[in-house]
Design a protein around this ligand. Sequence first.
Ligand code: HEM
Ligand code: FPP
Length: 302
Amino acid sequence: MTSVPLTQADRLPADWRDLLALTKPRVMSLVVFTGLCGLLAAPGPVHPVLGFTAVLCIALGAGAAGALNQWYEADLDAKMKRTASRPLPAGRMSRQTALHFGVGLGVFSVILMDLAANHLAAAVLAISILFYVLVYTVWLKRRTAQNIVIGGAAGAFPPLIGWAAVTGDVTTLPILLFAIIFLWTPPHFWALSLFVRTDYANAGVPMLPVVAGIESTRRQILFYTLPMAAAAVAPWLLDLTGWVYGIVSVILSVIFFVLAVRVFANKASEPKAMGPEKRLFAFSIVYLFGLFAALVVDRWLI
Ligand code: HEM
Ligand SMILES: CC(C)=CCC/C(C)=C/CC/C(C)=C/COP(=O)(O)OP(=O)(O)O
């Protein structure tokens, strides 16, 4: 028998591991990172305890949104290979437990944000949880191929929440940070959806490759890359950041664009395991991580 190395999560008791899985920790780690960077990029002093609590609230709120998403779509998750082993479809947890956990965590995160930071940060946190659960999961996901374009806004709020937690307001830079993630989400997700599209087709979810076909999805990925790159470079062009962010945003955006062109130029009717689509998806994560890290380096170290 081959031994698989244990991760931190594997060492948790089974019930805890499943509660953690409900929060979609891997995806949410980047969500929380963008929230942290929004907080660190904001002008003005922030008390470390307040800063830590605000980021914790973003993490708990995002986790709550993930749990409520899984509560609502346990039937769908059961039909897809990628999601069938989640706690609910695998029958390791009751839907009621997931619902209580999600609602409890969500309400707690918003109240704590309100007490530790301010009304604005708490309100935007509440809006992003509700947006992901009600607008994306309940309303759009099963109805339209534009689900990601509109519903993706939920994942774009965290930097704005981090910023608002420090300043109590929202100015041009946090709005641009929102725009970057909003425009990044379609290429991020559609690249992935190209190689898991049969899963979505079997589950009856109208994701773009299922509805519009592979060629149209490849074209739309490239199409969204252009305004995304413009939004990414805009903070530097508008003099809201320094040269470090400027250089990093230009380099990362050029690489993103080149990878998107390769996806567009790929004529293979079946996206391959290590083809241009997979490379673009993997790079989309590096891209957002690098961009937001550069923002913080620019503000604090230069
Ligand atoms: C509606 C918007 C989005 C959709 C539909 C979406 C969908 C997905 C899916 C299906 C996966 C692959 C499997 C998984 O781990 O569940 C994934 C992976 C990932 N997504 Fe997204 N995503 C969205 C927005 C975001 C946002 C806003 C972020 C962060 C700011 C993000 C960060 C990530 C990361 C880090 C991974 C890799 C997780 C891993 O390594 O397993 N996603 N996304
Ligand atoms: C602060 C706060 C509330 C942030 C919310 C963050 C957010 C909306 C992230 C979206 C990322 C995500 C988990 C997409 C999965 O889509 P899916 O549900 O279609 O994927 P699945 O098929 O894996 O379930």
